[in-house]
Ligand binder design. Sequence first.
Ligand code: TXA
Ligand code: MG
Length: 330
Amino acid sequence: MNDHGSMRQTERLAADAAGLARAADILRHGGLVAFPTETVYGLGADATNAEAVAGIYAAKERPSFNPLISHLDSFESAKIQGMFDETATRLAEAFWPGPLTLVVPIAPSCTISDLARAGLDSVGLRVPAHPLAHALLQGTGRPVAAPSANRSGRVSPTDADHVLGDLDGRIDAVLDGGAAQVGVESTIVSCLGGTPRLLRPGGVPREAIEALIGEKLGTGAEAAGSSPLAPGMLASHYAPRAQVRLNATSIRPGEAALLFGPSAPQGVEAAQAALNLSKNGDLVEAAAHLFSYLRQLDASGAATIAVSPVPETGLGEAINDRLRRAAAER
Ligand code: TXA
Ligand code: MG
């Protein structure tokens, strides 16, 4: 294949020491491994490796970039990535390991890539309870980004056969741990200050959370969840301060330039700053750079970021979706 990620031979790995070692090795080398959690099977990639994370979107054919949940082996590991206030700490201590995801501000020591966070300063973290997931995360020694292991628009998989039905030939391996137990995704609670908010109902009931924190959960106006949101509604998306000008075939003086492909557009010498998403026109590489380059160009102080045309194929669809939101948001 090409933009959709290379065609791969998908290994079915047994739930034993050799299978776990192989799965961890693939993840550490930037590959894609589906693995069981107590909720659903996740499609995992090293969360610190933006190109590996871009591979998740390519394999799923997901047409837009949402922030992904990063999975960790322990609360200790989670604290390296995110900042836990008193409430978040209580929730983590009560419900981890388990089907709860906490959205918290990133810590200064955060190593999770911009792409996994969709450019946000917050991060979704979860410590799963499934023993195989736990062993895999320990063996990998890194946060693992994992949405449900299905193609976009299909139901979340609860066993290895479901995963292969959707993703055979598109991922490196599936760790076969039998049936997932809960079958619904984790509950997502945002702890970004003030009253925590329920972004998605899931495996941990709302009542159990409210009983613990002694107050009602707020609702997620910026809603997460599996259902797609109207463009512009997603307040949790990173929006650059600068104006964004799409399909720019020449650069005006003082603009910042977000380039794609081998050809240099007219006027690029006079740009305030210029970065190329992928000189070879590789859409997986471009996706990996998208959020960090937008941020860097925004930080240049230019009033406008001019963006070269990006083809609407493969990951280009998700890249263009994000760029159109950035151009519209204000
Ligand atoms: O049970 C589960 O949660 C499964 C298993 C594999 O762990 N994972 C899962 O991941 O459902 P995913 O990527 O499909 O769910 C991600 C959801 C998105 O709806 C996203 O909006 C929300 O988590 N999310 C993640 N980080 C966020 C953030 N920083 N701010 C707001 N929402 C966030
Ligand atoms: Mg899903």
